[in-house]
Ligand binder design. Structure first.
Ligand code: FAD
Ligand code: SIN
Length: 553
């Protein structure tokens, strides 16, 4: 079910001929991305506007589809918004924006309620009980994670896709990969985008009143990741090229427990397994997390991932083990049906055996800088979901806060756009057709596939869980060369998805490295052996593109 690639295999058959120019499209709202964030805002906006949704693959291809643990929200009468805020800030290691945290913690519950009203079948306490089962995850002081067994994302997405498909105001364009945003330079406004229609091999020019980036994260920058193929940071790279600020790109979260198996590297083993009693052990069966944090196996992710990394290095082992086998068989099968089946397929019966696990890149805490309404620094452009940097996660995301953030900021951005449409008279602007002059067809694909491979190895080896100044400097040099190479190739050759994704990924990798070099301390997910201490007054790392590099119409 989940897509994990040890090597960045180019899976798609490439159409290497030059794309033709497709028809122009006009829409009120252009939503780029069909995950939880994109579909949520589309459904809200469609009550009054025409919406076009682009997805670069099928509609369900994105991280949302693979979310396991669930959605954080205050649903237990003994829990409180104040406790959710405190847990989020503790996990964020002093770098969360308190306003963003307060917005998400206080609106998560109502957005979960909206999903229930749309028909999402979340897990109940029991067949006879109408109360929802809440699970526990690392860093949470209460049970507050609503879920659909261990396939929450897939279940939510199925409901959202069914609702958007039946909406007359929504046009769905799967297999449309956005290449770049279009900016009216004089007005510093986003007026649409160009997209590669991969079915017809043509490029369409799309004119929109408002554009919403909901393109997910960038964890494919790393060799080992829990993420699907879509997570190539396209939204972040496109926004950067259009002149937007990006923030906190040094904080890429590594999930502590991904399956370690030659046949299935990095399938996620949900944190909810530890929430329901799973214990991390060394090969000799010894538990070790209590030596690192008083919350032991339920410490926040940065702490657990670093502890595993340290134990693996100390003992020279390839993985550690997660053990839930002490729980009753029917409990495991009911709560974790996907994980149970997936492990069984590779010969591990988790009701009897320990699961071999390692950390892998999982979540991009930084992204396109937005305000508390989802607005970016470019007029007409919003960013929501994993692609955005709202300030919620600080230096490390609290488990299950991501789906909540996508839902809440879809709501905030909807309100903001609806208000702007009511106040201002905005018209669609002309977006000129894509220019293919001077473009030739590439003769071979090895150049692109080699660069993919190299980039992800460099990021894994030098910009991983533990960093040093030397490693970062080396990574910077290598990625700079790759960036130049890919940019030249892009300018001369016809476009296809792997090339466009690589172009975005090298851009985002560069932003991650620059941000990591700027942070001269160790905090949350950024750990640099040359600066092991905490700064007294930490700041977010905000980068702004140089004006001369900006593209425009
Ligand atoms: P995504 O769901 O990633 O969707 C991105 C969309 O953008 C896709 O439709 C894609 O096709 C489209 N797209 C991207 N680039 C382009 C382009 N150039 N042109 C057109 N379309 C484009 N979080 C939680 O809160 N709880 C969990 O339990 C949880 N479990 C997780 C388990 C796994 C295995 C993974 C990988 C993540 C998990 N997360 C979890 C994180 C969470 O799933 C994601 O952060 C969240 O789903 C992101 O939603 P999104 O809508 O921002 O992006
Ligand atoms: C998990 O189920 O462990 C993933 C939860 C998350 O990423 O928030």
């Amino acid at each position: 079910m989940i897509l994990m690639f040890y090597y960045p295999l180019i899976q798609r058959e490439l159409n290497l001929s030059t794309p033709s120019i497709a028809k122009s499209i006009q829409t009120d709202i252009l939503v780029i991305g069909s995950g939880i964030a994109g579909l949520s805002i589309a459904l809200k906006m469609a009550k009054t506007q025409t919406i076009t949704i682009l997805a670069k693959g099928s509609l369900n291809e994105g991280s949302t589809n693979y979310a396991q643990g669930g959605i954080a929200g205050v649903l237990d009468p003994f829990d409180s918004v104040a406790a959710h805020i405190e847990d989020t800030q503790n996990a964020g290691a002093g770098l969360c924006d308190p306003k963003a945290v307060a917005i998400v913690a206080s609106h998560a519950t109502e957005t979960i309620q909206e999903l229930i009203e749309l028909g999402v079948p979340f897990s109940k306490e029991s067949d006879k009980d109408s109360a929802f089962h809440l699970t526990q995850e690392g860093g949470h002081s209460h049970r507050r994670v609503i879920h659909a067994a261990d396939h929450t994302g897939q279940t939510v997405l199925e409901t959202l896709i069914a609702r958007v498909k039946e909406h007359p105001n929504i046009t769905l364009l799967p297999n449309h990969m956005t290449i770049d945003l279009v900016r009216n330079k004089k007005r510093n406004r986003c007026i649409g985008a160009y997209a590669l229609n991969q079915e017809e091999n043509s490029i369409c020019a799309i004119s929109s009143l408002y554009t919403v980036l909901a393109t997910g994260g960038a964890s494919k920058a790393y060799l080992y990741t829990s993420n699907p193929d879509t997570s190539t940071g396209d939204g972040i790279a496109m926004a950067w090229r259009a002149g937007c600020k990006v923030g906190n790109m040094e904080f890429n979260q590594f999930h502590p427990t991904c399956l370690f198996h030659p046949k299935d590297r990095s399938f996620l083993i949900s944190e909810a397994v530890r929430g329901e009693g799973g214990i991390l052990r060394l090969p000799d069966g010894k538990a070790f997390m209590h030596q690192y944090d008083e919350r032991a196996d339920l410490a926040p992710r940065d702490i657990v991932a670093r502890a595993i990394d340290q134990e693996m290095k100390k003992h020279g082992i390839d993985c550690v083990y997660l053990d839930i086998s002490h729980k009753p068989v029917n409990f495991i099968q009911k709560h974790f049906p996907t994980i149970y089946q997936r492990c069984l397929q590779v010969g591990i019966d988790i009701t009897k055996e320990q699961i071999p696990v390692v950390p892998a890149a999982h979540y991009t805490c930084g992204g396109v800088v937005t305000d508390l309404e989802g607005k970016t620094s470019l007029d007409g452009l919003y960013a929501i979901g994993e692609t955005a940097y709202t300030g919620l996660h600080g230096a490390n995301r609290l488990a299950s806060n991501s789906l909540a953030e996508g839902l809440v900021f879809a709501k905030m951005a909807h309100k903001s756009i609806a208000q702007a449409l009511a106040n201002d008279h905005i018209e669609n602007e002309y977006v000129r057709p894509w220019d293919t002059t001077g473009i030739t067809d590439p003769k071979e694909k090895v150049l692109v596939s080699h660069d993919w491979d190299e980039l992800r190895r460099v990021m894994w080896d030098y910009v991983g869980i533990v960093r040093t100044n030397t490693r970062l400097q080396r990574a910077k040099q290598r990625v700079k060369n790759l960036h130049k190479e890919v940019h030249e190739y892009y300018r001369q050759h016809s476009l296809h998805r792997d090339l466009l994704e690589l172009r975005n990924l090298v851009q985002v990798a560069e932003l991650m490295i620059i941000s990591a070099q700027k942070r001269k301390e160790s905090r949350g997910l950024h750990y640099n052996l040359d600066y092991p201490h905490l700064h007294k007054k930490p700041k977010a790392t905000i980068l702004k593109p140089k004006p001369r590099k900006l593209q425009s119409m």
